[in-house]
Design a protein around this ligand. Structure first.
Ligand SMILES: Cc1cc2nc3c(=O)[nH]c(=O)nc-3n(C[C@H](O)[C@H](O)[C@H](O)COP(=O)(O)OP(=O)(O)OC[C@H]3O[C@@H](n4cnc5c(N)ncnc54)[C@H](O)[C@@H]3O)c2cc1C
Ligand code: FES
Length: 506
């Protein structure tokens, strides 16, 4: 049962029969005014809040794995025992209740208080985080959660405190999420957690031996342990004849706000690149009533990542909403409002949005002499070639135990989870980063969830009906499933993630 069902929810205070609790399947109900799920694992019983603390996903529709429950929407993982958000993208715990069995009846009693404060095994004198994005914030958050009480500073080139970057191309750009939804944390959080946030400041150099960084403005900051979480920058391509004011990129909150302001008066936009970001921008602009042409060299959008079958599905989704694709083409030049394509087609555009990929921000690491190979090279503990200096997120290339390769990805959840693991390793935990990569992308009402990592494959297995937006697509190499993309099958996505975790365990 999902919490969206109209049927009245059982009152768990009044008790429910033990036999009505299937092993490992959440049952939704309420306790006073709270929506709650009860989960039975063998003879053990748990009761926790029914809504994920990320975007309010219905945990009743999630997957129970051991003593955890995973959210169906973006795979956050919560402890059933304590409610703690064990894995991003949720950062905050859900409430837990004490459960009691009396004979054949199960009662949910009072709320369980916070777990005792943890003490780290190792406590660096000071931690510095370079980068105020997904990985940086998740690391700072985890350091405090793990009981780290020392000096904690986050330096970010961005003028805004850490925010929900995936939303910038989706609901915020479409106009359905107000600006106050975008910050990941309130200003009070940084004060209460004693996180010294230095915004609008770019770190220019790093001296691993001297344990210090220098900002562009000449200020020097010392550290004992360091996390490099500098993310990625959009690839900028010249468009002959176009003025800077005609070209938009989307990485930051400021970029998205500039697009919103521009879209308000726009009638036609050309999106260059059928990437995830380019297509999400197309969808959001269509929701604002702007006509969109997408220009890209490939034969089907997203073909390189999702293959032909899902590429066609994504294309149709956009075409149904009026997006016009010009595939197998590039932009040749612009002249005022007229954009000419390589095939000769002329398009009218108020402005262009370029979504042609990103490059990891490696300059700092390169200049500091850290090992860099199309990403900052880290070991399984996310430590760089310099001891005590860690890297996480879009910049990091790590040894992935699932593919046996060193990989680098650009996924929100991976960045946050790496930030969390790096934080624990700064505190002496020696925890391997072995999470199965996961990302999601949204196109109108269709959400694609992708687990695993497949740069190439020799077989694609399609289950279900892609055109009906109800399918699981498995990407295989030599008979082994490397990745699974799903639409409308959230539990399959969670099950695939869990299967990949256990098949690589040990
Ligand atoms: C519009 C958009 C939509 C997206 N949607 C999705 C999605 O739906 N699903 C998904 O999985 N992923 C999505 N992504 C990708 C995801 O946002 C990234 O993978 C993630 O943000 C990476 O986190 P990070 O911490 O490595 O880098 P970032 O979040 O980019 O943070 C890097 C930070 O470092 C700062 N910085 C850089 N250099 C320096 C320096 N020298 N000194 C100080 N600070 C510096 C930057 O200002 C920034 O604050 C999206 C990305 C964008 C841009
Ligand atoms: S809503 Fe639960 S992970 Fe996003």
């Amino acid at each position: 049962m999902s919490d969206t069902d109209a049927t009245p929810k059982p009152d768990f205070r009044k008790g429910l029969p033990f036999r009505d609790l299937p092993d490992g399947t959440p049952v939704a109900g309420r306790v006073d005014d709270d929506d709650v799920i009860v989960v039975r694992q063998g003879d053990e019983l748990f009761a926790i809040g029914a809504h994920c603390t990320h975007y309010h996903g219905p945990l009743a529709d999630g997957l129970v794995v051991g003593d955890t429950i995973r959210c169906p929407w973006h795979h956050a993982c919560f402890s059933l025992r304590s409610g703690e958000a064990l894995r991003a993208p949720a950062l905050d715990a859900v409430t837990c209740w004490r459960v009691e069995r009396a004979g054949d009846t199960v009662f949910v009693r009072e709320k369980i208080g916070d777990p005792p404060r943890r003490r780290p095994a190792v406590s660096p004198a000071s931690v510095l985080i370079v980068g105020g994005g997904a990985a940086g914030l998740a690391a700072a958050d985890m350091l405090r959660r793990e009981g780290y009480g020392g000096s904690l500073k986050m330096i970010s080139a961005d003028d805004s405190a850490p925010y929900d970057r995936p939303n910038l191309s989706k609901d915020f750009l479409a106009g359905s999420a107000p600006p106050d939804w975008i910050p990941l944390r309130s200003p009070d959080y940084y004060r209460d957690q004693r996180i010294d946030l230095v915004l609008g400041s770019r770190v220019a150099s790093l001296e691993p031996q001297a344990r210090q960084v220098e900002l562009e403005n000449g200020t020097v900051h010392a550290f004992d342990a360091l996390l490099i979480a500098t993310g990625a920058d959009p690839v900028r391509i010249p468009v002959e004849g176009a003025t800077d004011a005609q070209l938009h990129y989307l990485r930051s909150f400021a970029d998205s706000q500039a697009l919103v302001a521009r879209a308000a008066a726009a009638k036609r936009v050309v999106v260059v690149g059928a990437s995830f970001i380019g297509l999400e921008v197309a969808a959001s602009l269509r929701k604002r009533g702007v006509a969109v042409d997408v220009v890209a060299p490939e034969a089907q959008p997203l073909e390189r990542v999702l293959g032909v079958v899902l590429g066609k599905v994504v294309r149709r989704l956009h075409e149904d909403q009026g997006v016009v694709f010009h595939l197998g083409q590039t932009v040749k030049h612009a002249d005022g409002r007229t954009v000419t394509l390589s095939g000769g087609t002329k398009l009218d555009a108020d402005f262009l949005v370029l979504g042609v990929g990103v490059r990891p921000s490696l300059a700092l690491a390169e200049r500091a002499g850290l090992a860099v190979e199309r990403g900052i090279v880290v070991n399984e503990y996310l430590e760089t070639s310099a001891p005590g200096i860690f890297a996480a997120g879009d910049v990091a290339r790590w040894p992935d135990p699932h593919t046996g390769q060193k990989i680098r990805v650009e996924h929100w959840v991976v960045a946050e989870r790496q930030g969390q693991v790096a934080a624990r390793n700064m505190l002496g935990r020696r925890e391997r980063f072995d999470a199965v990569p996961f990302f999601w992308s949204q196109h109108y009402d269709a959400v694609i969830n992708y687990v695993g990592h497949a740069e190439t494959w020799d077989a694609v297995e399609v289950e279900g009906d892609p055109d009906a937006l109800d399918c699981a697509v498995r990407y295989k190499q030599a008979g082994r499933v490397l990745a699974v993309a799903t639409i409308g099958r959230d539990v399959v996505s969670l099950q695939s993630e869990a299967a990949m975790e256990s098949s690589s365990a040990g």
